[in-house]
Structure formats: C-alpha cells, structure tokens
Design a protein around this ligand. Structure first.
Ligand code: ADP
Length: 159
C-alpha cells in the first residue's frame, strides 16, 4: 500500500489545501494529513480544532486520515511507513523554500521523495494567512474555505 503524508499548519484548511488533497488521493492508496504542532507559528486554532475541521471537510474521502505530529517530518514519515511527502506549489515564490526542504529531507532520510502538486489556478494566490486577514476586516471568505471553516473562523475572531 502506498501511503503519503501531506504535512502543514492548516490554520485553517482552505479550498487550496483541499484541491491538493483530492489530487493526492488519486495518486496514493492512503493520504495522511499531518498537522504540525509548531507553536512558533502562533496559530489561530489549536491542533485539535484544526484536526477537527480537516476531519469534517475530508469525511467523503475514505482514504484520507488526519493526524498531528511534532519533531522532524522525515522521522514522522518513517514512523508512518510513508513512501513520499506531498507539498503544494502555488507560485515561483514557494519554489526556493520547498526545493531546499525537499533536498534536505531527502538527504537526512533514506531518500524520501517529495511530490509537488499544483492546485487549480484559481487557488494559486490563496493561503491561510490571507483568509484570516480578510476575515479580521469583515471580508467575505466563503469562496476560499468550506462553510464549516468559514463559521469557525468568524466565531474565533469574535472572541
Ligand atoms: P506551511 O505552514 O507548512 O506552509 P500550510 O498549511 O500553509 O503549511 O501549507 C501546507 C502545504 O499546502 C504546503 O505545501 C503549501 O504549499 C500547500 N498549500 C497551501 N495553500 C495552498 C494552495 N492555495 N494551493 C496549493 N497548495 C497550497
């Protein structure tokens, strides 16, 4: 069975992430979404909240699992028995960092493969930070995130 890990902060999950998840499910038998617990990123949502949202919006994908991890991604990938890591590439600006990470991860593991997937063009400008900024100023985020995520972002920002 070919298992892949899709790691990220997912604070919160967007339609861009979902686009990548759908493409990954077409390529691999099992897709584990690994939510990073890195507090340095100062996330709006707790790991549990992020995982619950991801579980809800991916419930129709029977081969998708949601998990969290801390520490080195390659160690986590090894523990899971994953053959590859999925990353999304939106623009040239993503490339340099992702290229560096992929090469480092390959070097420090037994040659784990990073697979880059490109989302539909309409998501190339989208990230979680923009969604949070828009919502903070009362902007409409309904085109960028699933309805449940929209509701949770609004609720969180009200607090
Ligand atoms: P990180 O903080 O590690 O970048 P994110 O949750 O923002 O975590 O992103 C996780 C992965 O999803 C990264 O590979 C990122 O490039 C990708 N990604 C994020 N938003 C999009 C999008 N709109 N389209 C395609 N890929 C995306």
């Amino acid at each position: 069975m070919r298992r892949v890990i899709y790691p990220g902060t997912f604070d919160p999950i967007t339609n861009g992430h979902l686009d990548i998840i759908e493409r990954a499910t077409a390529l691999f038998d099992n897709v584990t979404i690994g939510v990073t617990t890195n507090p340095a990123k100062n996330p709006l949502f707790t790991v549990e909240e992020r995982m619950a949202m991801i579980r809800h919006v991916t419930q129709d994908y029977k081969t998708v699992q949601v998990d969290s991890f801390s520490g080195l991604l390659v160690d986590y990938a090894k523990r899971l028995g994953a053959c590859a890591i999925i990353r999304g590439l939106r623009a040239i600006s993503d490339f340099e960092y992702e290229f560096q990470m992929a090469l480092v991860n390959r070097k420090i593991s037994d040659g784990i493969v990073t697979v880059f997937l490109m989302p539909n063009e309409k998501y190339t400008y989208l990230n979680s930070t923009i969604v949070k900024e828009l919502a903070t100023f009362g902007g409409d985020i309904s085109r960028f995130v699933p309805p449940l995520v929209e509701a949770q972002v609004k609720q969180k920002l009200r607090k």
